[in-house]
Design a protein around this ligand. Structure first.
Ligand code: SAH
Length: 367
């Protein structure tokens, strides 16, 4: 039963995974993901928990999440923010509002923020975000402190735009590949959005020097266990620093909601297995416990941490904007206090006072 799990070794960068991976390795991962064996599930999560305890201890790092705008040029078939969705009030916080939230986060003891939005790709918009980052750094980085660490999640941009944001002070970037299968990617996005461009963006972010995060949705219509196994190998091959995996949750006002049912038997458990396998394959990465995972199960946070997550994102988006930042239906919002309570109850520690960067990044760069 656990023989399949034992083929996944505990070492950095996939360790003794041969590269390019043998078909047998892809199949082993796919079989673990497809298995409905409860014992295998339990063994896998135990192994991930053990790996994480050995490598990272019991610390969980918060990133104060500010969803500062839901304006979006993209038209992803799965996402409620898509340009064509008119059943949504559109908003963008002002620079002053974002900076005020950042100040509040800093005063509460946060060391990092995640700034997320829909996608506007104009130089005016990038300048806006750059100015906001500089202002946040100005009010927090002094007296020997490096200030608030800034993670961005604002989509596909040009190399120079990523550089501009990095120069302004952002140092981590999340850009999910959504699926590593180009054919499935094309089924999820309109013709103007390309898999190749997404790959180029990930490479640009890495070349510039960001800590780079990516990830996929689990349980998409048309997605297979083989593709999920390939996603894990994609993360290893790309040598990523951070990972965000979440179940796909249909949004009623999107085309994909009326698409075919997923063949992934249990997207919640499959996401947990993906997380556990990712932790075993890449022990030093930072991995977030996604809001989507917490949305589809009351146990999502505790189980996600057990499966290897070491980052959470308490939401700082103003209450009146939250319902309009609807990536998917019934998105759950947890405060810092709620998260801390649950994290403590699970035997982990929510840590203030440290940036909590991805150890993988420093190993990769040999810093
Ligand atoms: N525009 C930015 C950030 C916002 S979307 C970007 O695309 O990077 C952030 C993530 O939400 C996406 O990458 C996608 O993986 C996830 N998401 C969008 N719609 C979703 C849905 N219906 N179910 C689950 N996750 C979804």
């Amino acid at each position: 039963m656990s023989a399949a799990v034992n083929t996944i070794s505990l070492s950095d960068n996939g360790g003794n995974l041969s590269w390019p991976p043998l078909q047998a390795e892809r199949e082993a991962l796919s079989n673990v993901l497809a298995s409905q064996d409860e014992d295998l599930f339990a063994v896998l999560l135990d192994k991930a928990e053990e790996c994480r305890a050995t490598v990272l201890g019991n610390k969980v790092y918060p990133r104060g999440l500010i969803e500062f705008s839901n304006l979006c040029q993209c038209d992803c078939y799965y996402c409620g923010l898509r340009h064509s969705n008119t059943r949504l009030g559109r908003y963008r916080l002002t620079a002053d509002e974002i900076v005020a939230l950042a100040r509040e986060a800093w005063e509460k003891g946060y060391q990092s923020l995640a700034l997320q939005s829909g996608e506007l790709k104009s130089s005016r918009e990038v300048k806006f975000v750059s100015e906001v980052i500089k202002r946040i750094k100005d009010i927090t980085a002094h007296d020997g402190s490096q200030g608030l660490g800034i993670t961005l999640s604002i989509g596909e941009l040009a190399y120079q735009q990523y550089q501009q944001l990095f120069d302004a002070g952002a140092h981590r970037y999340l850009l999910r590949i959504e699926t590593s299968d180009p054919k499935l990617f094309n089924q999820l996005h309109p013709p103007g959005q390309s898999f190749q461009k997404r790959l180029e963006c990930l490479q640009a972010l890495k070349d510039i020097g960001y800590q780079v995060g990516t990830g996929v949705m689990v349980g998409l219509p048309g997605q297979t266990y083989e593709q999920l196994a390939a996603d894990l190998l994609f993360f290893v091959e790309r040598d990523i620093d951070m990972l965000g995996l979440g179940p796909y949750i249909p949004h009623p006002d999107t085309p994909l909601a009326s698409g075919p049912e997923t063949v992934i038997a249990n997207p919640y458990k499959t996401t947990l297995k993906m997380m556990a396998l990712a932790r075993l394959l890449m022990p030093y990465i930072n991995m977030v416990c996604s809001t989507a995972l917490q949305t589809i199960s009351a146990d999502g946070l505790a189980m996600g941490i057990k499966a290897g997550a070491n980052v959470v994102m308490p939401v700082m988006t103003p209450e009146e904007n939250r319902s309009d930042y609807s990536l998917y239906a019934a998105k759950k919002y947890s405060s810092f206090e709620q998260l801390r309570h649950e994290i403590n109850a699970a035997g982990y520690e929510l840590v203030l006072g440290e940036w909590g960067d991805s150890p993988h990044y420093f190993r990769r760069r040999q810093l």
